[in-house]
Design a protein around this ligand. Structure first.
Ligand code: SDX
Length: 440
């Protein structure tokens, strides 16, 4: 005898029933290994001729994934099940890349092979250097990144056939290997210095810092403390579930576009100040506030509905608790400031006081607005020697492995099909054309 309150069931198990137009429609409830279940509504339109409506996808799972898990309420971030705190503390970025791509931590042999493969793909086709001179020197480096990364598909035709697993692997390694080179060249072009070639004897983060800050006129020794900090910053930014830029890469890839074009689309999306551009915007905001005595004025502005100002580096679509990456970034920030000899950075003073006040303010507490990864990254990157305009470029270097891993997972999903959302149409009903002579 069925209890009318008992959940409906389908062949697979529990179901959700939607009452629509006096009819009940059952949809299967699919459980995850951890985190919320999902209601599979893929057959809703076919059975009830109705769409769901969820602008911003606040309650929508766009795919099934095994790569990254976030618990926004608990402030948890796992890459393939491993807590970000442990990976950032004990591992290095290329180990994290291997983990995100292949699902397991590499053995020593696998790690050595992967490091070797990445290291030996860091050089860019020499002709690509000419692209940079097509940009104005004062172009935003993210504009350069979108252009040059998109152009990779014009140079590496032998790894654009997405149906070939070998070519997918080659494209993945090429992207991870070449992004630091492309980014460093964008920086060098921006500051009017000659490009520096990658050095195969250096590790990933040291090689990047060397390409950015070395000059041909003298030896440049990478500071190992700063290289470790850079490597950890890359780990923190590597992947983050179905964020806006990752969803962009998945959608672009779902049409069969080549991986280089998909990553260029991800870079374009990441540039926005609500997303990856927030680190640049957060540092600019701290500079605009300037001193701790002006913080209350900005807190009030952030709370004013009629003022578009928001506290950059605060709030998150998923984290309704402290972003675990922000804690590690704050620790890294202090390490870098100490190493470069910055005793009292006014921007850090403003950031610490702003955080203290905001975390006590009822507006931020009620809306569960906490510092996110971008709140401290700007101060850290500035102390490492990067101009503000390079901050989101560094984010794109790190996130490339996440984009590629998610793209690879989608391409290898046998259920994969082109992403094509529908809409709620509220425009004009059908009407006939009026010749211009008869229009009022
Ligand atoms: C990243 O998705 C990811 O995982 C992204 C990322 C990743 O690794 O890929 O984590 C990287 O993008 C981090 C977020 C960086 N962005 C910023 O720091 C920009 C400032 N933050 C906000 O723009 C905002 O918090 C978002 C965009 C991050 C999230 O916005 P949501 O989830 O759409 O939330 P919302 O805009 O609906 O805000 C809810 C409420 C609103 O008030 P009400 O309309 O309910 O009255 O909170 C308010 C907002 O006005 N609010 C803020 C605020 N963030 C949200 N008020 C003041 N300052 C803020 N920063």
């Amino acid at each position: 005898m069925n209890d009318e309150n008992a959940p409906a069931t389908t062949q697979e198990g529990e179901a959700a029933t939607l009452q629509l137009g006096g009819k009940g429609y059952d949809f299967p409830v699919l459980p995850g290994t951890i985190g919320p279940d999902v209601v599979d509504i893929s057959k809703l339109y076919g059975t009830a001729h109705t769409f769901t409506y969820d602008p911003g996808f606040t309650s929508t799972a766009s795919c099934e994934s095994k790569i990254t898990y976030i618990d926004g309420d608990e402030g948890v971030l796992l890459y393939r099940g491993y807590p970000i705190e442990q990976l950032a503390e004990h591992g290095d970025f290329l180990e994290t890349c291997y983990l995100l791509l292949y699902g397991e931590l590499p053995t020593q042999t696998q790690k050595a092979d992967f490091d070797h493969r990445v290291t030996n793909h860091t050089m860019l086709h020499e002709q690509m250097a000419r692209f940079y001179s097509g940009f104005r020197r004062d172009a935003h480096p993210m504009a350069v990144m979108v252009g040059v990364v998109g152009a990779l598909s014009a140079f590496y035709h032998d790894s654009t056939d997405i149906s070939d697993p070998y070519q997918r692997m080659v494209a993945s390694v090429r992207m991870i290997a070449k992004m630091p080179t492309i980014a460093a060249m964008a920086y060098k072009y921006h500051v009017g210095q000659p490009f520096m070639y990658p050095r195969n004897e250096l590790d990933y983060a040291s090689n990047f810092l060397h390409m950015c800050f070395a000059v041909p006129c003298e030896e440049y020794k990478v500071n190992p403390v700063l290289a470790r900090a850079m490597d950890r910053i890359f780990i923190l930014h590597a992947d983050h579930e179905q964020n806006a830029s990752t969803s962009t890469v998945r959608l672009a890839g779902s049409s069969g576009a080549n991986p280089f074009a998909c990553i260029a689309a991800g870079i374009a999306c990441l540039w926005g100040p609500a997303h990856g551009g927030a680190n640049e915007a957060a540092l600019n905001m701290l500079g605009e506030i300037g001193s701790v005595d002006r913080i209350p004025e900005y807190i009030e502005r952030a709370k004013d509905k009629d003022d578009p100002f928001r506290l950059m580096g605060f709030g998150h679509r998923v984290y309704k608790n402290y972003d675990p990456r922000a804690k590690i970034m704050q620790k890294t920030c202090h390490e870098v400031l100490a190493e470069v000899g910055i005793k009292d950075d006014p921007l850090l003073d403003v950031a610490l006081e702003l955080e203290r006040i905001a975390l006590q303010d009822e507006y931020f507490v009620e809306k569960k607005l906490y510092p996110n990864i971008d709140f401290y990254s700007g101060i850290t990157l500035k102390a490492l020697g990067f101009p503000t305009s390079m901050f989101t470029v560094l984010f794109s270097v790190a996130r490339t492995v996440g984009w590629i891993a998610q793209w690879k997972e989608m391409i290898e999903d046998p259920k994969q099909k082109i992403g094509r959302p529908r809409q709620l149409y509220t425009g004009s009903t059908r009407r006939d054309y009026i010749p211009v002579s008869m229009r009022k």
